[in-house]
Design a protein around this ligand. Structure first.
Ligand SMILES: Cc1cc2nc3c(=O)[nH]c(=O)nc-3n(C[C@H](O)[C@H](O)[C@H](O)COP(=O)(O)O)c2cc1C
Length: 216
């Protein structure tokens, strides 16, 4: 089966926020859809290995920040490539807790916010489809919402293996490069010998230092 046809499906880019007790948790998702319009229900596909999945199961509520094209790429790097199990991903000025539900949200360059209560969790093998009823919505900035296609084409972003739409990049034999390195934080592939870069070199996607690259 040629899975590349699945690349033609369209998505947006969202940050999910929830609480693990009183501690903020959350991650980046692209697989979010509106399911109904009256008493609106949305659905999101969540990897069962994500800490966010465990936290939502306990908390029963979650927020959605609709990311704009202008969002700082570090927001995607921090929420989309790092696990919050042992690390606070929501520190810093780009995040806040919403005043009504106390759920973490992205405070800069989000076009709008949804606040949801979980009404069902459907098993989907490696993933779980979480259905949420909207409790409330909030307007954000007047900027273009980021699409998954924009994230890949313009921002040259990648998705980690946990993302439901992840596809392994097949290397073209005719473009075979003798050595390449992968950023262990965001999956960006550096083709060539990274040791020749200056020590100040940073990953162009997630801005992590050269030491985060591993030889492939
Ligand atoms: C562009 C992008 C899209 C993603 N989409 C999803 C998704 O739809 N569902 C999902 O479970 N994980 C998705 N992920 C992966 C999670 O954001 C990632 O595994 C995160 O580190 C989980 O953090 P947590 O363990 O703190 O929950 C995506 C990541 C990126 C960068």
């Amino acid at each position: 089966m040629d899975m590349s046809v699945l690349n033609k499906l369209s998505y947006g880019m969202y940050a999910i926020g929830t609480l693990d007790g009183t501690r903020p948790a959350g991650c980046i998702v692209n697989t979010l859809i509106q399911v109904t319009s009256e008493n609106p229900i949305i659905a999101v596909s969540m990897n069962k290995n994500n800490f966010t999945y465990e936290a939502i199961k306990k908390q029963g509520q979650f927020s959605v920040s609709i990311l704009s094209e202008a969002v700082d790429r570090n927001v995607i790097a921090e929420l989309g490539f790092v696990c919050g199990r042992d690390r606070d991903k929501f520190c810093g000025s780009k995040f806040t807790l919403d005043a009504v539900y106390g759920l973490p949200i992205v405070s800069e360059h989000a076009c709008g916010y949804l606040f949801c209560e979980v009404i069902a969790m459907h098993d989907a093998e490696t993933h779980c489809v979480i259905m949420g009823r909207l409790l409330d919505v909030m307007e954000g900035v007047q900027e273009a919402p980021m699409t998954y296609e924009y994230y890949h084409r313009v921002m040259k972003g990648k998705a980690p293996k946990n993302a439901p739409t992840y596809q392994e990049v097949k290397r073209m034999p005719e473009r075979a490069i003798e050595v390449s390195y992968v950023c262990e934080i965001c999956g960006y592939v550096y083709e060539g010998d990274i040791t020749k870069e200056p020590d100040s070199y940073r990953c162009p996607v997630c801005k992590q230092p050269k030491s985060c690259f591993k030889k492939m």
